[in-house]
Design a protein around this ligand. Structure first.
Ligand SMILES: *Cc1c(COP(=O)(O)O)cnc(C)c1O
Length: 669
């Protein structure tokens, strides 16, 4: 169909490589390499310094490596052997017929799922993610690939992604935006007869052309939409400029590109999904376009095709925080959809009713979650508790149902184990649990063999990973201090920051007030006593960004930065700037204890503490919120046997009423 006969970017890159290194191009253009055990050395060995510099981007690494260095590597028998082995493994993986799906659900092998999401966190070299939602989406694609689930991703390719975080001399967050160099990233612009395939959208009374890029994530293709084309109005070229940037107007325009544009893009590529999965409400406009196409095809009314649309759409909601659910004013809807509802054979009132929580109020905003719930056959929250909270939140849409009969279930989030497990630990599991441990991670019996791992073996590996976390932390903080122009004494003091012999806590996530990032240090007197204890000190490493508009989140960061400079605790408290997947990996792999203290029940799931930390032998200390309500196991003695719970158990008989109370308290304060 596409790219007929023309060379792919991977083929072009391979032309430039010495013959014995040609397979590196295929590996560079498929993120599969990023979850292999070899991932650390494969591209890094070409030029460790440049590898840092190019943000671990394998395509940029190969493009910039000198030919001398490449020919030198081509003479290195170990390197050649490593590439051949990995390329063979890759070929086998890509061609694998016997997958989990082929065994467990052969009938669904050919029912393609299109997974729509506003952000995807695949790897630090593809910065089009901001946090948990994106990381989950990235892990979802990788897991689908491993399991053989027929799935594609649909998202947006942001010219500048999410902002890069810098903290200035007063500890205040500054946002920087950097242009992504798409041509030097593992991306392929989809072309037909040498020209980019485009689709058109009518946005703000102008025609906007959208082009489509493909990212390979193992066996899964991720399609990313991009409006940055010369033939678009300069304003429209920025529609896909920033992730979660701009105002309501940008937001709705981006959601039109994602939802409506996404469906058109798949059509243009000749892809016909059996199921559309809306990962969060951002993509909900896709249901309208699916309906419109069906109306066009069958000449039936919206109400006649509605059931068919519903039968092919499913929805995951991700947050109990009301502000996390996009709503648009009727005015804004008018300016984006006035041309559209007539194409669906609907009046304005009928159209706006699709997103209205309450009918009959002309000022009622259009809610993306409401639209998704109306137009999808199934909906779920992301943990058991979040299911309860979501049912409560949305009872208003189901006036004839009791709260517990509201049709929102739950599927607790998960993570892609190979991405987050340190190769050093993965290697240990391969030794003791068998080479297929990753595919059997869900079987409790398989984990029984963990008991056979000698303590010393586990401990030295953990210790190495902790040292690596400390090295990474010092490296990042040194760079930040240099950028801030701090004096040389303070830069030299980095050498004593953190100690591998000290119990180390990790806390990394968005600095949103409900997550209470500075809670552990809020009582200064106690903090000094605990962290500064001469015999049994404690240390903590923080990382995370605050949303650019979140002043309170930024103040939390600022308070933490004050602690980092505190004369007594400055070697015990560290904050790594510009949290990304790489820092995330170093943290979950190196800490002893993972801390999570959100206001319950506002953390829908939380994934960093989940297998990310557990797979590396870290222990959770968390409020009983999100996944931890299910993950925390109470031992026979009534005490936690696999970590610590802060606060009381949410699983008590008056659960619902208590959750309601908490929810109200949180909303009101
Ligand atoms: C896992 C992860 C998140 C999400 O973590 P939560 O525990 O869900 O808040 C955010 N950012 C990065 C880089 C991550 O790796």
């Amino acid at each position: 169909m596409m790219n007929n006969g023309a060379m792919t970017p991977a083929q072009k890159l391979s032309e430039k490589l010495p013959s014995r290194l040609k397979r590196l191009a295929d590996l560079a253009y498929n993120y599969w390499w990023s979850w292999t055990i070899e991932r650390v050395s494969l591209f890094q060995n070409i030029d460790p310094e440049e590898w840092q510099h190019c943000g671990h981007n394998p395509v940029a690494m190969l493009e910039t490596a000198s030919y001398e260095r490449l020919t030198q590597l081509a003479e290195d028998p170990f390197y050649i052997k490593q590439i051949s082995a990995l390329a063979a493994e890759f070929d086998q993986y890509m061609a694998q017929q016997d997958t989990w799906v082929s065994r467990v659900a052969p009938q669904s092998q050919h029912s393609l799922i299109a997974y729509f999401c506003a952000e995807f966190g695949i790897h630090e070299s593809l910065p089009v993610y901001s946090g948990g939602l994106g990381i989950l989406a990235g892990d979802h694609l990788k897991s689908a690939s491993d399991l053989g689930v027929p799935l594609i991703g649909v998202g947006l390719l942001y010219r500048q992604g999410y902002f890069r975080q810098r903290l200035n001399n007063s500890g205040w967050q500054e946002e920087n935006y950097v242009d992504n160099q798409f041509q030097q990233m593992p991306l392929e612009l989809i072309k037909d007869q040498g020209e980019p395939v485009t689709i058109e959208l009518e946005i703000r009374q102008r025609i906007v052309k959208v082009q489509i890029w493909r990212v390979q994530v193992g066996r899964v293709n991720l399609y990313l939409l991009d409006t940055n084309r010369q033939d678009n109005d300069p304003i429209d070229r920025w529609l896909t400029g920033h992730l979660y940037g701009g105002n309501q107007d940008t937001r709705i325009a981006q959601e039109v590109v994602l939802g409506i544009g996404g469906v058109r893009a798949l059509q243009a590529l000749g892809i016909n999904p059996a199921v559309y999965h809306l990962n969060e409400g951002h993509a909900a406009f896709c249901t309208l376009e699916i309906a419109r196409l069906e109306i066009e095809r069958t000449k039936k009314s919206f109400y006649d095709v509605e059931a068919a649309v519903r039968s092919s759409c499913v929805f995951t909601t991700h947050t109990p925080v009301p502000a996390g659910h996009d709503v648009f004013s009727p005015d804004l809807m008018d300016s984006y959809f006035a041309h559209y509802w007539s194409q669906m054979g609907l009046s304005r009132e009928q159209f706006l009713a699709l997103g209205a929580r309450r009918l009959g109020d002309p000022w009622e905003p259009f809610g993306m979650t409401v639209l998704a719930l109306r137009m999808c056959r199934a909906a779920n929250g992301v943990s058991e508790l979040h299911g309860v909270v979501s049912r409560k939140m949305w009872t208003i849409l189901y006036p004839d149902r009791a709260e517990d009969k509201v049709p929102i279930g739950y599927i607790t989030n998960g993570v892609h184990a190979p991405t987050w497990t340190a190769p050093l630990m993965a290697d240990l599991y391969t030794q003791y649990l068998g080479a297929d441990w990753k595919n059997r991670a869900a079987e409790p019996a398989m984990w029984a063999a963990v008991e056979q791992i000698p303590d010393e073996e586990l401990w030295w590996r953990h210790r190495v990973l902790k040292e690596r976390l400390i090295a990474h932390t010092r490296f990042k903080i040194k760079k930040a201090k240099e950028q801030r122009g701090e004096d040389s004494d303070r830069i030299a003091a980095i050498q004593t920051l953190l100690d591998p012999d000290v119990l180390t806590i990790g806390f990394a996530r968005r600095f949103s007030p409900y997550k209470r990032g500075d809670l552990i240090l809020r009582d200064a007197e106690r903090a000094l006593k605990i962290f500064g204890n001469a015999e049994r000190p404690l240390q903590i490493v923080f990382a995370g960004k605050a949303h650019p508009a979140d002043e309170e989140g930024k103040r939390i960061i600022q308070r933490l930065m004050e602690w980092c400079q505190h004369p007594i605790l400055r070697n015990r408290v560290a904050l790594i700037e510009d949290y990304d997947i790489y820092t995330g990996q170093k943290l979950v792999q190196g800490v002893d204890v993972w801390l999570n203290n959100p206001r319950r029940p506002l953390e829908a799931s939380g994934t960093s503490g989940q297998q990310k930390v557990c797979f590396n032998g870290g222990i959770n200390c968390s409020v009983l919120d999100g996944w931890w309500c299910e993950g925390y196991q109470t031992g026979a003695d009534g005490k936690g046997s696999n970590g610590w719970a802060i606060g009381e158990d949410a699983h008590t008989s008056d659960q619902n009423c208590r959750i309601a109370l908490i929810l109200n308290l949180c909303i009101n304060c």
